[in-house]
Design a protein around this ligand. Structure first.
Ligand code: 13P
Ligand code: SF4
Length: 303
């Protein structure tokens, strides 16, 4: 506790010295969310990175998020607490595989979930997040759509829009762990609770949702709902904002496995250290960044 207090004081000093802003994803540890200037899902954080006046962006999330920030704000220095915080789903698609698929479907438009590398974004027509995926697909005038890398979100979006999509076989190791059996058991235990679920979960689990939505959409739904209990089908870090928004409500995570180990690699100590040393920094080769930026900026324009 005492150590954390000292770290927080040091952090405030460093933030001023460096003219830095701290952005934290809702899946970060509480000790990071507590000190962040702005908390958000991947869409809101990308938007914030694009808009900020700060010279330094400290991105507390996983690697692709820091990369997206750097691409959208190429003049800024983007640092992250630990470069080992990656996203296994982002690593499930590679450039060669995507180019091959594009060659097989030359008329298709490529829609890429923001959970992907800069190189993949550079091969993409438009990016999306779970918050705007349906709207992005609906905005496209295309006979065929190639979707990478999340098969679960892809399936959900296809069902919602009725558009035919060629879906890559990636998935999120964390959300994909949640099973129908887990939800059935939780419902038996908490019959009054509503089940809210992220579309990165398996389709059969998503189908059980009383509400399906991105992290921000789930937060908003729970905040506004009259219900007092919720079974939550997304990453456990969201508990911080859920409980902050509604201290009178109860939130039960649908399994104890809904924890993204990559998100938890970051902690307060590493956050302070990265601002002290200004390392590790995110670097994206300009030629890749320029192409990737177009697909991210198109995404930000879809309302
Ligand atoms: P959102 O932040 O878009 O809800 O995405 C969830 C996620 O898995 C981020 O890694
Ligand atoms: Fe990647 Fe899933 Fe972790 Fe998000 S929760 S960073 S999609 S592994």
């Amino acid at each position: 506790q005492e150590q954390n207090r000292e770290l927080r004081v040091r952090l405030e000093q460093l933030k001023k010295e460096r003219n830095a802003i701290i952005l934290a994803h809702y899946y970060q540890r509480d000790e990071i969310q507590e000190v962040a200037d702005f908390r958000g899902d991947s869409f809101l954080l990308a938007q914030k990175a694009a808009e900020t006046d700060a010279e330094v962006i400290v991105f507390c999330g996983v690697h692709f998020m820091g990369e997206s920030a750097k691409i959208l704000a190429p003049g800024k220095t983007v640092i992250i607490p630990d470069e080992r915080a990656g996203c296994p789903m982002a690593d499930m698609v590679n450039v060669e595989g995507l180019r091959k698929l594009k060659a097989e479907h030359p008329n298709a438009k490529v829609v890429t979930y923001i959970n992907s590398s800069a190189e993949i974004k550079a091969e993409t027509d438009i990016c999306c997040t779970s918050a705007n995926a349906v709207r992005v697909i609906e905005s496209l005038d295309a006979e065929e759509i190639i979707w990478v890398p999340d098969k679960n979100l892809g399936q959900y979006v296809q069902d919602q829009t009725g558009k035919k999509m060629i879906i890559w076989e990636g998935y999120c190791n964390t959300h994909d762990m949640l099973t129908v059996k887990d939800v059935v058991e939780m419902r038996a235990k908490y019959p009054e609770a509503e089940f809210v679920v992220h579309p990165e979960c398996r389709p059969e689990v998503v189908a059980m949702g009383d509400f399906v939505g991105s992290t921000t959409a789930i937060l908003e739904y729970c905040r506004k709902s009259d219900r007092k209990q919720f079974i939550v089908g997304t990453e456990d870090g969201t508990g911080y904002q859920l409980r902050k928004d509604s201290p009178d409500k109860e939130f039960f995570f649908a399994t104890k496995f809904l924890v993204c180990p990559n998100m938890k690699v970051n902690n307060l100590k590493k956050l302070v250290k990265c601002l002290e040393t200004m390392k590790p920094q995110i670097y994206v080769p300009p030629a890749v960044a320029d192409k990737a930026r177009t697909s991210l900026e198109r995404m930000l324009q879809v309302r």
